[in-house]
Every structure is written in C-alpha cells, then in structure tokens.
Design a protein around this ligand. Structure first.
Ligand SMILES: Cc1cc2nc3c(=O)[nH]c(=O)nc-3n(C[C@H](O)[C@H](O)[C@H](O)COP(=O)(O)OP(=O)(O)OC[C@H]3O[C@@H](n4cnc5c(N)ncnc54)[C@H](O)[C@@H]3O)c2cc1C
Length: 403
C-alpha cells in the first residue's frame, strides 16, 4: 500500500455512481490528498435506475434518489463541483481543462464519464431518457396519451411499463425477435412478450426503424418494411454511447466498437496513460470470472468497479473480479440476471415460468455461467457464488438439475 501525502491531488471526471464510489473508496482507504469531483450535470449526484421507474411515474422526487446527502461531500473533504464539464486532458502535463477555460493539475485522474443516450433520430416529438433533466418534458407528455417506445431493452421496457402505469397507450417497437435481447436467452425473452401483452402494451418485434419524422403535432415512426406508427411522443431507447471523446482526444487507448467500445482498462482500472484510470459504464474491463472483456452497463457493476478503482488509486493493489449482476423492474416484477448470458448456454429452470416465479441456470457444458430469475433474489445470490467458483450445477443442486 502506497501512502499519498496531503499535497497529492485526485481529479474525478463524472459524478455518477462510479465517480462517487471511487471518491468514497479513496477516503475510506485513508487517502489524504485533495479530491475534486467534477460533474457535468447541474444536480447533486443521483441514482439513475429510478429515473425510468419511480421518477418518471412521479412516485419519487429527485431528492429521494440522491447518492449521498449534500453535506457528505464536505464531511469527506471532497470538492464536488456540479455543472462543470471537462473539455480536455493533457496527460503529459497532467492537467484537465474545464469548460470555462479553468485548468486543474492532477496527480491522478479518474474518468468516470459514463455514457449518453443514443438517438439516431431527432424531431420535436422525439425524447430519450437517461438524466433527471430529461424527465420533466417527458412526464408532461405521459399523461394518458399515446407513446411509442423504440427499443425493448432494459430501459425501453421499463419506460413502456411505467407509461402503462400512467394509463398511456403504449406501442413498443424492437428490432430483435424478442424483448431484452442482450439480457435474456430466447426462452425467457418469450416471457416478456407475454408480460407486455398481458399489461396492454402493443409490442412489435423484428421492427427495423428507418425514420422518425414530425407530421403536424404527431410523430411518425417508419420501419424499413414500410409499416408506420404515429403518436405525439416517441421515446428512443436504443442504447447508450460511452463518453470516450475526452480520453480519445488525449490519445488514451479505446476498445474497438465491436468489442464493446469504451476506455480500455486493466484489471486495476488503469488506462494506457500514466496515472489515468477509468471506471463504470465507460470502462472496457477484463472479466476475471467469465474471461474476455466487457463494458458493463449495470448499476452494481459501476458502483463496485468505482469502489475497486478508488482503492487502487489510494494505493491498493487488488484486481477487480466480479460476476456481473443487474436487475430490472417492470409491471411489478423484479427480474435479476447474473453472469453474461449467451445464446449457446443450456437452460435449466427451477420454479414456474408461467407464474413468473423461477430461477433459470445457464450452463456451459454443465458449468453454471449465468442465472436469470423473477422473484427469487436469494437464488441469484447463490448462483453468483456458483458462477464465481465455476461450479457444475449437478454438483451443487441437492436434488439434481430438473426443470
Ligand atoms: C434510466 C436508466 C435506468 C437504469 N436502470 C437500471 C437498473 O434497473 N438496473 C441496473 O443494473 N442498471 C440500470 N441502469 C444502468 C445504471 O444506471 C448505469 O450502469 C450506471 O448509472 C452507470 O454509472 P456511471 O457512474 O458509470 O456512469 P453515469 O451514470 O453515466 O455517470 C457519468 C457522469 O459523468 C458525467 N460526465 C460525462 N462527461 C463529463 C465531462 N466531460 N465532464 C464532467 N462530467 C462528465 C455525466 O454527465 C454523468 O453524470 C439504468 C440506466 C438508466 C439510464
């Protein structure tokens, strides 16, 4: 463990969960230097997952989803600056430049810049949902009218569910054959076809959207096969773009897009530039359990990666090793996914798919590589331990793998 003196300075760009967790870990690991936490958003840092759930439905206020209370930053001697955008980095001079041309010297730098919503289309009625500032205009439009959601991934599906909860007519369009294509194997994707239908959302899969254009006070979504859907508001939820531009311009190595993109880091969060680290959604990281590299876009992954990298920046040397885990809440059902599901995995189901009360283990040659559950969080916790240990399902399930 290296000791850093009080004269040492850490600059953290981005105050999402990865940036805040890293700052907290630096302090809890005994780091005594200065910490500048720079946040482009004007808000006190907040938890993003409720934005597509409780916040958009109006069930929670922004103040109820803060990551930390305002006073915590001062108590921890962390200088939080909101509404401040870093515009460039000089990794040789160890300087970051801010939007107003102010410069800050650093001894070590963390890029926790996350991502922004992708939207290939823009028109007056087109919305995306990633930040709290996206909510007010969308909320004003989700008052019982008709909304089209493009993309039935995690966020699009949640927006569709929230909009149904607000009595909107919902049309949900997805390019893949099934909803949640990046999270679920086909057998389980089918469940979400049924779920959306049973809750009154009009789901269309296999839809390749070509254009979204205004037509009077309506917005028209056109697919390449000629089908069209029209509504006053269209929410585009087709994924996020990692905020890599700062790093790229500074000459820091970026992962190729077909490998997930993002800032390439090692198991300790180090980038290709000296004393520059990256964490959270923006980081393309090796997975110590499953092998390969991933850019994880999940809350707990960003939180734990930020914590792990913060500890390294404080002088620790532990690699980040974690079985990915995420959840999604739709129509009152809590979905949890552990590991990194792939189409080639065999599926063994415990419980009832029809009752939406099950855990499904994803096996590679009998070894547990992933698990999906609705309503059985304890089984997911256990499955994560099995995945980490490389257990065979028939060795750990007491009465053998039966469906
Ligand atoms: C609507 C929504 C719902 C979600 N729901 C779930 C869920 O149910 N379950 C789950 O597991 N995950 C969920 N996620 C994913 C999860 O929220 C993210 O994985 C997590 O927030 C990523 O954290 P991060 O700190 O890496 O990045 P971010 O949260 O993106 O934070 C990065 C911050 O850096 C700032 N920044 C970027 N560039 C600069 C710059 N140049 N200067 C200063 N600041 C900068 C950005 O403004 C941003 O505030 C959801 C995401 C969204 C958007």
């Amino acid at each position: 463990m290296t000791t850093r003196s009080a004269a040492h300075r850490t600059v953290i760009v981005g105050a999402g969960i990865a940036g805040v967790s890293a700052a907290a870990a630096l302090r809890s690991s005994g780091y005594e230097g200065a910490i500048d936490l720079l946040a482009a958003e004007p808000e006190l840092p907040y938890r993003r997952p409720p934005v597509s759930k409780e916040i958009v439905r109006g069930d929670k206020t922004a103040d109820e989803i803060r990551i930390k209370k305002a006073e915590w930053y001062a108590e921890q001697s962390i200088t939080l600056r909101t509404g401040v955008t870093v515009t460039s980095i000089d990794t040789e001079a160890r300087v970051v430049r801010l939007g107003d041309d102010e410069t800050l010297l650093y001894d070590q730098l963390l890029l926790a810049t996350g991502g922004r919503a992708r939207s290939p289309w823009s028109a007056p009625g087109v919305r995306t949902l990633r930040e709290l500032s996206d909510v007010p205009s969308l909320q004003a439009e989700l008052t019982g009218g008709h909304v089209i959601v493009v993309g039935a991934g995690l966020i699009g599906s949640e927006i569709a569910a929230s909009a149904r909860g607000l009595d909107c007519d919902v049309t949900l369009l997805e390019t893949a054959a099934l909803p949640l294509p990046r999270l679920l194997p086909p057998e389980l994707g089918e469940l979400y076809v049924e779920l959306h239908k049973s809750q009154g959302a009009d789901l269309h899969t296999g839809v390749m959207v070509s254009t979204i254009e205004p037509d009077g006070d309506q917005t028209v979504v056109r697919a390449i096969d000629g089908r069209t859907w029209t509504a006053p508001v269209v929410v585009v939820a087709v994924g996020m773009k990692p905020n890599i531009e700062l790093a790229e311009a500074a000459g820091i190595v970026i992962a190729p897009p077909d490998q997930g993109g993002g800032i390439l880091v090692d198991a300790h969060g180090r980038t290709s530039a000296p004393e520059v680290f990256a964490a959270g959604d923006v980081a393309n990281q090796p997975n110590g359990v499953l092998g390969g590299r991933h850019r994880v876009e999940h809350w707990q992954g960003a939180q734990n990666h930020g914590t792990a990298v913060g500890k390294v920046m404080a002088g620790g040397d532990s690699a980040f090793v974690e079985v990915p885990w995420c959840w999604s809440d739709q129509y009152g059902f809590n979905l949890q996914v552990a590991g990194w599901p792939e189409g080639s995995h065999d599926l063994v189901v415990r419980g009832s798919l029809a009752d939406r009360d099950f855990v499904a283990y994803l096996l590679d040659d009998g070894v547990v590589r992933g698990a999906v559950s609705i309503g059985r969080p304890r089984d997911i916790r256990t499955a994560r331990a099995w995945i980490a240990a490389g257990e065979r399902l028939d060795a750990v399930l007491e009465d053998g793998p039966t469906s």
